[in-house]
Design a protein around this ligand. Structure first.
Ligand code: ADP
Length: 160
């Protein structure tokens, strides 16, 4: 049976750290679904449509990657996609507490879905969507930290 994993997140916007995790996921799973949470509690800078489009362009050459969004409980969404696993990225100890809490809650909600934590390449361990937006907002370069399409989108948005 095809081993499918969900990689959920806000992806506001997608960075090379996220893509690093997707590629690592593909070494274990047959398919990785990058799934954007539609929850507005984080007040995303890019709209859902923009984020979907940016990710689709960024991963257009990756086979076995699907891009989607979901507005229900993660474990319900995972089940509806026949996924067996949820992938999350771990950068620093600071990620750990929240990630552990969420993984254990998801396990409680559905015992059959296993959360897998993956570490990105060292060069991306300091990288977050938040810091990328901050640097770009002051006109700083984020080259090499985000896909080219994201670099352009940030420049466009902050020029306004
Ligand atoms: P969320 O709001 O769900 O944390 P994010 O888009 O910030 O959404 O992150 C999605 C997932 O990707 C999380 O597991 C996060 O820890 C991970 N992640 C974010 N940035 C990086 C990075 N630079 N390297 C590895 N994993 C990352």
């Amino acid at each position: 049976m095809k081993k499918i994993a969900i990689y959920p997140g806000t992806f506001d916007p997608i960075t090379n750290g996220h893509i690093d995790i997707v590629k690592r996921g593909l070494r274990i799973f047959d398919e990785v679904i990058i799934a954007i949470t539609t929850a507005e509690k984080k007040h995303p800078f890019f709209t859902l449509e923009e984020r979907l489009e940016l990710i689709r362009t960024a991963v257009k050459d990756c086979i076995n990657v699907k891009v989607d969004s979901f507005d229900n409980l993660l474990v319900h969404y995972a089940k509806s996609e026949q996924a067996i696993s949820v992938i999350r990225g771990l950068r620093a100890v600071s990620d750990f507490e929240y990630e552990l809490q969420m993984a254990l809650m998801n396990r409680r909600l559905d015992l059959n879905i296993e959360t897998v934590f993956m570490m990105p390449s060292e060069e991306y361990t300091f990288l977050s969507s938040t810091i990328v937006k901050e640097v770009a907002s002051f006109g700083g370069s984020v080259k090499g930290l985000v896909p080219e399409v994201v670099e352009k989108a940030l420049r466009r948005k902050f020029k306004r």
